[in-house]
Write a new protein. Structure first.
Length: 50
C-alpha cells in the first residue's frame, strides 16, 4: 500500500504494509528522532502526537 502523509508540514508519499507500525513508517521517511522502547507497544515510549 502507499499513502500520502504530512509530516512536520511536508507532504510525503510513503509505502507500507498493513503490519507496518508508525515508528517504522516515520523512520522510513528519515525521521530518526523517533525511538523505540520495548518493541511491543506496551511502554508508550514511542508515542507520537497526531
Amino acid at each position: 500500500m502507499n499513502g500520502t502523509f504530512v509530516i512536520n508540514g511536508k507532504k510525503r508519499e510513503l509505502n507500507f504494509t498493513d503490519e507496518t507500525i508508525l515508528l517504522d513508517l516515520l523512520r522510513s521517511a528519515k525521521h530518526t528522532e523517533v525511538h523505540c522502547g520495548c518493541s511491543e507497544s506496551s511502554c508508550v515510549c514511542c508515542t507520537v502526537a497526531l
